[in-house]
Design a protein around this ligand. Sequence first.
Ligand code: PLP
Length: 428
Amino acid sequence: MRYEPTLEFAKAQDEADPLRNYRDRFHFPSLDTPELAYFSGHSLGLQPKAASAAVELELGEWAKYGVEGHFHATNPWYSYHENLTPPMAKIVGAQASEVVCMNSLTTNIHLLFVSFYRPSRERYKIISEAKMFPSDRYLLETQAQFHGFDPDDAIVEIAPREGEWTIRDEDILAAIDANAEQLAMVFFGGVNYFTGQFFDLPALTKAAHAAGAVAGFDLAHAAGNVPLALHDWNIDFAAWCSYKYLNSGPGNVGAIFVHERHASSFDLPRFGGWWGHDKATRFQMNSGFRPMPGAEGWQLSNAPVLGMSVMKASIDIFAEVGMAALREKSEKLTGYLEYTIELLAQEFPDASIGMITPRDPARRGSQISINIGGRERRLFEDMIAEGVIADFREPCIIRIAPAPLYNAFEDVFTFGKVMRKLLAKGER
Ligand SMILES: *Cc1c(COP(=O)(O)O)cnc(C)c1O
């Protein structure tokens, strides 16, 4: 695609955008800034306007029915989570029986590790990416310790090569090969939160399985962002949150995937709760945990309906649009951002603007991470003051995410305009 650095070009793209009307279905922050361009969908997606009616409906039903709402509400609460399954399964390329929405992300990964990380003296290593999201790193460390292993020995981190930012596929595959005898699991973020690198999940899964290990992924930055086919890729398990690209609101419920192959593996160790127990006998309140088949068998508790009502309002939009259309726009929009950054780098060679996200659209989602010669922190603060809402990650990275559901080409143009002004001002 050919891009141009003008407002006219951006506006023409927006007019031709088949998803242009979706922007109006979200609340944009009203900040006291000269501009407003929201690029933080990688941290907290914007609020769908349908969210408040969805919560009010459930509050109204609670007021009207009290406990009877479990069975008599418009969307009965006892099975409320089931409403979320079809759209969520569609988003990640899974069968409905392989997905359930529950708890929060880190909690869910720990629960899945109970079943899928069962190290022995011989096989206990986990291969993961260096610079992992801290919660995942703490999770790996404490899981290794819980099983009596030294995290420094059990966790094999694959880092970018000297002078590089992203991790090479061949380095991951070589490490899987080199550790094959001792390998229990390959566990990566689907899209790295820092660099925006989209890993080759089917290749990693295949290599893990060839080594006799399990493949699991944290899809916090991948779900609702990049095309996924968890079932076809034969991934063992995955988990993700719903408040980043999936726009379900701060700290809202997460989701898990467990491959159909494991659906009836009732001998897998797991931590049980009544919501994971056989539905037919759940309310007989007897002892003797009998898990449901499929992902639902990992549930613990009854559905947090208020949060899930917002989540439903949000993920229904994804089901309506479809990931293919979203991805198509995402590639164009992110391409326009890349082009804009390249122009800035040419115009301001002394600013040392560098892009650390992969150039290949197939290896990234809607995020571009940049560094700016040590000025990132101050430039970032100035961007916020101007109304360009991105985020800053220590020590030196600004992460910008044009989310295709609600971002416009004109937002990217605004980013370029504001950056040009700030860079021209020089050091403050
Ligand atoms: C955002 C994110 C988390 C957050 O975990 P919570 O349990 O939802 O607080 C964890 N891991 C990754 C990779 C993330 O990007």
